[in-house]
Write a protein that binds this ligand. Structure first.
Ligand code: URA
Length: 322
């Protein structure tokens, strides 16, 4: 068995075990050609593709997690990275951590910019590596998050953890946060005004961490960061560009019911704008929210496809032991 195939099989077993995916079809040709970017395996004879499928199993061997070193210069929307650059120094980790703490302590914790503040137990700023290569952005805190002050620690968070582990990573290696930092009552979707009030904090977190990749979990995160009204179903499955704001928002909440999303701008192509940086774009992959997956487990496969695109683009993959 070739190394590439062995890696694919091990990745599949880990995915199946950790992410709960079953009977995922895959073509060997595609997988071997694209390396880590495979479409899945475990197909039965019934769904064997013309190129051939891998339907056998290998023994579950020890798998070591790949480390997640971060490039000194991130891929800002261009071609896939050619390899890993050195890890950031402790100094930059400490500096980023300090800046995040200042943002949290001086602005977020005491924020009263929207009505959500009145119902919160506490704000939920976000957590993870201050030099993360990947930021996961959700919608807003739920019951558990509001109680604990941590993002994604409830049932959806547990599934997110499995997704991260299936990618060969740990929660400590990535950064996890939300569009809004206070729990919406009854876990409803945050309103346009609430998103407008809170999203500057998210943009600032992204600006501090400067990830190489943003994974937007669900429609509010994707729409906010990409400044689009497109559905998550249409957005997912391909890379977009997150463009950070370079000035204060021009648009104001109108009360018209439209989601005002003036602070981030995302398109498939760079475009000029007075309000958004056209140079510091970050690749962004929209995908379904883990809470949606808990209700629609059949769509896990699509999310796993999206995550594998991210892994391939970032050169992430499973390293076999030995
Ligand atoms: N859903 C989110 O969007 N964020 C959380 O932190 C938890 C659930």
């Amino acid at each position: 068995m070739t190394n590439a195939l062995r890696k694919i099989l091990i990745q599949h077993l880990r995915t199946e075990e950790l992410f709960g995916i079953r009977d995922v079809p895959m073509t060997v040709t595609q997988a071997l050609t694209l390396g880590r970017q495979f479409a899945g395996i475990g197909a039965t004879a019934a769904n064997t593709s013309p190129q051939g499928n891998v339907g056998s199993r290998v023994e579950r061997g020890a798998v070591s997690h790949p480390t997640l070193p971060r490039g000194a210069e991130g891929d800002r929307g261009g071609s896939p990275k050619a390899g890993f650059a050195p890890r950031p120094s402790n100094a930059s980790a400490e500096a980023n951590l300090a800046r995040l703490k200042i943002l949290d302590d001086s602005k977020v914790k005491g924020c009263t910019h929207c009505e959500l503040h009145s119902g919160r137990t506490q704000t939920v700023f976000g957590q993870g590596s201050p030099t993360a290569r990947i930021i996961f952005v959700g919608e807003g805190p739920g019951y558990e998050e509001d109680k604990q002050g941590l993002a994604f620690v409830g049932p959806a968070g547990q599934l997110l953890t499995k997704m991260i582990i299936a990618m060969g990573l740990t929660r400590d290696e990535v950064y996890i946060c939300n569009v809004v930092k206070c729990r919406p009552p009854g876990n409803r979707t945050p309103s346009a005004e609430e998103i407008l009030a809170c999203s500057p904090y998210l943009h600032e977190q992204i600006a501090i961490i400067q990830p190489e990749m943003i994974i937007a979990l669900g429609a509010p995160a994707a729409k906010t960061l990409l400044n689009t009204a497109e559905s998550i179903g249409k957005l997912r499955g391909r890379f977009h560009q997150y463009h950070p704001p370079i000035s204060e928002p021009r648009a104001q909440a109108t009360g018209s019911g439209r989601v005002p999303q003036p602070l981030g701008r995302g398109t498939d192509e760079l475009s000029a704008s007075a309000a958004y940086s056209t140079v510091n774009a970050t690749p962004l992959m929209p995908t379904y929210h883990p809470a949606y997956l808990l209700r629609n487990p059949d769509d896990k496969r699509k999310v796993w496809d999206d995550l594998q695109l991210v892994m391939a683009r970032m050169g992430l993959g499973v390293k076999t032991a030995g």
